[in-house]
Ligand binder design. Sequence first.
Ligand SMILES: Cc1cc2nc3c(=O)[nH]c(=O)nc-3n(C[C@H](O)[C@H](O)[C@H](O)COP(=O)(O)O)c2cc1C
Length: 332
Amino acid sequence: MIANSPKDKYQLSVAPMLDYTDRHFRVLMRQITKKALVYTEMIVAQALEHKTGKKLLNFDEVEHPISLQLGGDDPKIMANAAYLADIWGYDEININLGCPSPRARSGNFGACLMTNRDQVSKCIEAIKKQTELPITIKTRTGIDHLDSEEFLKDFIYSLANDGVDRFIIHARKAWLKGLNPKQNRTIPPLEYDKVERIKALRPDLKIELNGGIKSPEDCIKALQKFDGVMVGRAIYDNPLLWKNIDEKIFDENAQQTDIKASTVIKGLIPYTEKHLSENGKLWDIAKHLLNLVHGIPGARNWRRKLSQRGQTAKASIQILEDAIKILEDSGM
Ligand SMILES: Cc1cc2nc3c(=O)[nH]c(=O)nc-3n(C[C@H](O)[C@H](O)[C@H](O)COP(=O)(O)O)c2cc1C
């Protein structure tokens, strides 16, 4: 077993999830954890070549520490995206080498780049000329028939030689032909042992585990063997399950604070007011609140009310104030 010492800075991260972990959800997560690293949804580097695409990079100061996830295969375009990430103030750059979607495949980025290590190396080299930000890789254990342990080892070791700072391994392979992205997150079996052996063989490499982690307890267990843990669906589906994670994982001596659904929403009020004043819609933020409430009498009713009122054209901050009141009355 590999002791996790000295402790890695980012022992827990919130996985990038397209259409879910947008900036509003990331600000919500900051009401729950100040320490976990958050990732942007994947941004296709090509989109940042255009003036209008640059707004994709905007984020709120409270989101730090934040990693920009890029998809792309063109060294010049990736380097330009990294340069912009540096100017915008991101803490890290993450290259997506795990997305199995047809769109990623047709653009030659994501998981299909696992078959083209040289191209990835060229991207890393070009990025390094533009920025000193840490570069991390999010990848799979293999793709299609390239799924041996030797293949994964060679892939990781060679990228480590290129200067990658950390590896986040979604511990299942991707089938590019035959499975859609959703199936690729459930059907190929999890292979924690494969990732564990790579970490054991190369303890000098920073390796984080991703895939199928369900609870803070799972994380703590995984941190005995890995440098970090990345969690996606189990965080989005139940953000409050992760309350006090900072104390549990990052600083066991810290005092636990009482984080509730109502306090999370209260914390979001100033941010929401700002969003509304900039012509944003309440629902952009309110849709992420639905999973804050689980297992209390009336939870379904609370969600239904918030959905109905929150999606109207004139939805105002009062809707959140009312939602908070109901929760406070039930001690939530
Ligand atoms: C709706 C959805 C969107 C996703 N979008 C991305 C993405 O943009 N970039 C990426 O690297 N992974 C993406 N993923 C994969 C997750 O980051 C993660 O690797 C996967 O869900 C496994 O982790 P989990 O079992 O903790 O959810 C997505 C997953 C989901 C469910």
